[in-house]
Design a protein around this ligand. Structure first.
Ligand SMILES: *Cc1c(COP(=O)(O)O)cnc(C)c1O
Length: 733
């Protein structure tokens, strides 16, 4: 396989460009090229401590840090024996990680998957680290955590994605609370990614014919531990200027941009894997955006081996597995046939040995329904041997939703759509001081113990109430400092009055209850439900003895005016002098902010309209840090909640679908009533109930129940193990 050669060469080129570091710090260069640093115990701190101010300025990007740091500071640190010892330790750990001495989980558990025949994982977005802005929300975060767990478990997996030159937008609110989007351009040379080079040292490219012309994309490689993530980038001089924008923005364009992006991801992605010599055993389509890859695999068989399409499709199906993330038909990607004519064109269906009608029918639920659009989900389902949802409930919803794809006689329950409930990557999301506590009480191998719920629970039992509470209090103090700092900056930037800027410095009290709510501002997430009864909410916030504090964050889709109005309503409400000190909206939600919030809040709230939260993962991150979930029984929480480890809002009946965002229906009011009641009668009293030493004994017991029951079940290690054993390896064999 030529991949080995190619990797060595890219390494050389990368290091040639890099600044030469003083010998005791030289290893930092090597470590900075692999995002492993971002989840290794001292990784973040080693880079940050090199120069905290520059670290912030560079938005936690170690490649930039190493370029920008002053020569003097570098030398100061190079002669600091305590610091250089940390660097040496980190580098040794890194080398052990990438070339492990002991056998990995996957080596024994899934022998059939090998480096030459790995899993090829396709996704339109990846949330690896906040310095790599290739994600918009949950889907990307999940993909990032999937790669990290695959790496930790030694699962042979290569990932394919797109390099969006302008990434996802940065959010800013105007003085009257209206969301503005800003796109920053980033240069690959500033990030931990390297060009993929061929034997002759030239940048590897692939070509896809779209919109009547050939479009080239160059390939970049990002190392996520032991997993390579390859990104395709059309921003190269050989392309027509329009085509340079194919990989411009993540979800920023129109339908046409979307289809050409999906062509590059699916068709270009398979071509790149071939170019690099990979023969994947399984292709994992994480959401429908990459579904065209199945047709590329079929084309290879039809064009290169002379196989008929039906037989080709049968063979492709044996190698593809599909994960759906959307619980409503409207949320699925679908395209107008006229657009397909224009972007794919007739040479495309001809290359599959199909007529236009035959081709279009593959993407339809009802093959003969000429008015039906071409859907990526029907395509993916038809061309994969396995389809799964991302929680038990979502699996059931998907069976119902896609039932028509199977014979009429089949009941929804018999539809062969299964589920693998999402999970999150503990080393990425658990706060450093809690990691230290877990190491001390549960053991150095606390992450492995997550695989064994009994041993994990035993370990949690060894943590004293006092030390857990103390660690959590420190995290709350950090959160309050973070809120004050972010708010001060945001207010200054908006040119607010001096008094208002200054007031940010005294907002929030770390000893009082803090409730967090952060996620995309989308209709079904029901942000408006929070403000359903602002008077009652104000009473909770303004209680002199037992106040409740709220921290909000989230982005609205650039084209979603309704969601922006909801944001504005919230932004205006929090300006009410009576709530200003205890409620805040933090701008520009990203992975770093998510970390600050999920590691520190007392309570995490989620109020989706049932059953539209396919899974949700942010509450899982909270649970791993000892926070308590307070959510609608939907997605993962329906599986996680057991009556002792958090709270439920409302019941489990399905809501009527609602088209208009921001509308509060009578059903919503019922849930709002439940929300306020549980807050008033259960959460607030439990939090403020203290024993003679000032400890909220009952609360801490719940924190431990939450840690004990939820952390193992909702870790991405468990998720990836399930994918490997149940989905990647064909269960039926
Ligand atoms: C975890 C995470 C999400 C997922 O949020 P849910 O509302 O739980 O789906 C979205 N965005 C960021 C930045 C995250 O870290």
């Amino acid at each position: 396989m030529q991949t080995t050669v190619e990797i060595e060469e890219t390494k050389e080129q990368g290091e040639k460009q890099a600044r030469v570091l003083p010998a005791p710090l030289a290893a930092l260069n090597r470590v900075s090229w692999n995002y492993w640093w971002s989840w290794s115990p001292d990784g973040v701190a080693v880079f940050r401590d090199l120069d905290p101010a520059v670290w912030e300025e560079c938005e936690h990007n170690p490649r930039k840090l190493l370029e920008k740091i002053s020569e003097f500071r570098l030398m100061q640190m190079a002669i600091d024996p305590v610091y250089t010892r940390r660097v040496a330790k980190l580098a040794a750990k890194f080398d052990d990680y990438v070339n492990p001495k002991s056998e990995s989980w996957a080596k024994n558990a899934v022998k059939e998957l090998t480096p030459a025949n790995p899993v090829a994982y396709f996704c339109a977005e990846y949330g690896i680290h906040n310095s790599l802005p290739l994600y918009s929300g949950g889907l990307g975060m999940l993909a990032g955590d999937h790669l990290k767990s695959a790496s930790d478990l030694g699962l042979p997996l290569v990932a394919i994605g797109l390099l969006y030159r302008y990434g996802y937008f940065r959010q800013r609110l105007t003085r009257d609370g209206w969301q503005e989007e800003h796109y920053g351009e980033f240069a690959p040379s500033e990030l931990s990614m390297r060009p993929v080079l061929d034997e002759a040292g030239a940048h590897v490219t692939v070509e896809v014919f779209m919109r009547g012309r050939n479009v080239r994309a160059s390939a970049w490689r990002v190392d996520v531990g032991r997993v390579p993530l390859y990104l395709l980038d059309t921003n190269i001089p050989e392309n027509d200027p329009t085509d340079c924008w194919v990989t411009g923005h993540l979800y920023g364009g129109d339908r046409e941009t979307r289809i050409v992006q999906e062509m590059m991801l699916g068709l270009g992605g398979v071509r790149l894997l071939r170019r690099l010599g990979y023969e994947p055993q399984v292709f994992h389509l994480n959401e429908g955006h990459s579904a065209l890859l199945t047709l590329e695999l079929a084309r290879e068989l039809v064009e290169e081996q002379g196989v008929g399409f039906a037989e080709a499709a049968r063979r492709v199906r044996e190698r593809c597995v599909f994960t759906t993330h959307t619980p409503v038909a409207a949320g699925n990607d679908e395209f107008d046939p006229a657009l397909l004519d224009q972007c794919l064109g007739e040479t495309y269906w001809q290359s599959l040995g199909l007529t236009r009608e035959e081709f279009l029918s593959i993407g339809r639920v009802r093959p003969d329904e000429a008015t039906e659009f071409f859907g990526m989900t029907p395509l993916a389902i038809k061309m994969s041997r396995s389809t799964n949802g991302v929680s038990r409930k979502h699996g059931e919803v998907s069976q119902e939703l896609w039932r028509e794809l199977w014979p009429e006689s089949m009941t929804a329950a018999a539809v062969p759509i299964t589920y693998v409930t999402n999970g999150v990557h503990a080393p990425t999301w658990v706060a450093p001081n809690l990691r230290a506590l877990y190491t001390e009480r549960i053991g150095k191998n606390w992450m492995q113990k997550l695989h064994d719920p009994k041993r994990w629970a035993k370990g949690i039992g060894r943590i004293s109430d006092e030390e857990l509470w103390q660690a959590h209090r420190l995290l709350k103090q950090r959160l309050v400092a973070f809120i004050r700092q972010r708010s001060t900056h945001a207010r200054e930037k908006r040119g607010e009055s001096a008094a208002y800027v200054e007031s940010a410095g005294v907002m929030f009290d770390p000893e009082s209850l803090i409730v967090g709510f952060a996620r995309r501002v989308a209709g079904y997430k029901r942000w408006s439900l929070l403000l359903a009864d602002t008077e009652r909410l104000s009473r909770l916030i303004n209680d002199a003895e037992r106040p409740v504090q709220f921290v909000f964050a989230g982005k609205a889709h650039p084209q979603d005016q309704g969601a922006k109005l909801v944001l504005q309503q919230l932004a205006r409400w929090k300006l009410d002098p009576s709530v200003m000190r205890r409620a805040v909206f933090l701008e520009d939600y990203d992975q770093e902010m998510a970390r600050q919030l999920v590691q520190s809040v007392d309570v995490w709230m989620n109020v989706p309209r049932r059953p539209l939260e396919a899974s949700g993962t942010s509450g899982q991150k909270v649970a791993m840090n000892g926070g308590l979930n307070f959510s609608v029984l939907d997605g993962w929480w329906l599986e996680g909640y057991d009556g002792t480890n958090g709270w439920a809002i409302g019941d489990t009946t399905a809501h009527e679908p609602v088209e208009t965002p921001g509308v509060v229906t009578p059903e919503d009011m019922k849930d709002a009533e439940s929300l306020y009641r549980v807050l008033e009668e259960e959460i607030v009293p439990a939090f403020y109930e203290r024993d003679e030493t000032g400890l909220p004994r009952r609360w801490v017991r719940m924190m431990k129940r939450s840690l004990e029951t939820l952390a193992p079940a909702f870790s991405s290690d468990r998720m990836v193990q399930e994918y490997a054993q149940r989905i990647y390896l064909d269960e039926r064999q």
